[in-house]
Write a protein that binds this ligand. Structure first.
Ligand code: BT5
Length: 264
């Protein structure tokens, strides 16, 4: 593994953290393969709920389905260990709750409105500014939520279709404040999730969604569907109204851009 990095630049601005357990223990690293990888190891070794891993850069940052996550300096690359005692079908819902927490935290700390593109993209004006990766351990003994936010990442280091908060606001954002807000919002949304208050989470998620009410092209493993994204259901699945009037429930997939849509 890699060297711990206690005096991290992000540590400044974190003096006011008021969470009960979220981020109360933070492992800082200069560089890791993937913060999710390190958090998984900590979770396996019994790390308590809320244990966080933050790295300045990742050499093997990952997205879903083995995709690569570009993680240069300037971003916020964070993973948190959770132990939700949830059933497997509840995990997608947790992913939505985490995305929601990210959107609320960016708005609160940087004043930027971040839209939620189902299932886990954080978008600004239709461009991806961050993403969420949820991984679970055997028998759901733990869940690691990975969050990547392009805070102050130079635009030329990002893939096409991506943007950063710095690019959006025109000035670097305070990543310490962003991290602090993120941990607070994570605790709030996670508590709602754990308390079963899906109605509140879903209301909040809907109000920030860039997907609902739009014409979408949904890529699933068996093919592509086009239709109108009507809702997100109890399990976090996307409900799409197809042109023939049928409703299609999509549990896992990608929502592509569709002509005529304008992201938040
Ligand atoms: C995601 O995957 O959006 C989840 C990303 C989670 C990253 C965090 S960082 C901390 C933690 N540790 C990790 O190793 N991962 C988590 P997905 O929906 O599969 O999107 C991946 C796609 O987004 C890639 O195929 C690229 O097209 C694009 N992409 C890659 N890097 C990006 C970046 N920095 N910003 C915006 N888009 C990016």
């Amino acid at each position: 593994m890699v060297k711990e990095f206690p005096a991290h630049e992000l540590d400044q601005g974190m003096g006011d953290l008021r969470t009960r357990y979220m981020g109360r223990r933070i492992h800082w690293f200069e560089q890791v393969t993937s913060t999710n990888e390190v958090a998984r190891q900590l979770a396996d070794a019994g790390a308590p709920e809320g244990t966080a891993v933050v790295a300045r850069t990742q050499t093997e940052g990952r997205g879903r389905l083995g995709r690569r996550w570009v993680s240069p300096p300037g971003g916020l690359w964070l993973s948190v260990v959770l132990r939700p005692l949830a059933a497997p079908h509840e995990v997608p819902r947790l992913g939505l709750a985490v995305g929601l927490a990210c959107s609320r935290a960016v708005e609160r700390s940087c004043g930027v409105q971040v839209g939620l593109r189902w299932p886990n993209d954080l978008v600004v004006h239709g461009r991806k500014v961050g993403g969420v990766l949820v991984e679970s351990g055997p028998e759901l003994r733990w869940v690691v939520v990975g969050i990547g936010i392009n805070a102050n990442v130079a635009q030329d280091l990002l893939p096409e279709g991506a943007t950063s908060l710095q690019e959006t606001t025109g000035a670097p954002v305070d990543r310490g404040q962003l991290l602090q807000a993120l941990l607070a919002e994570l605790e709030l949304c996670y508590e709602l999730f754990r308390g079963g208050d899906w109605a509140t989470l879903l209301d909040w998620w809907r109000s920030r969604s860039t997907t609902l009410g739009r014409r979408v092209r949904v890529h699933v493993s068996s093919g592509v569907y086009e239709g109108v994204a009507e809702d997100v259901d109890e399990d976090g699945a996307l409900v799409v109204r197809l042109p023939d009037g049928r409703r299609k429930r999509v549990v896992a997939g990608e929502v592509g851009e569709h002509a005529g849509n304008h992201g938040r």
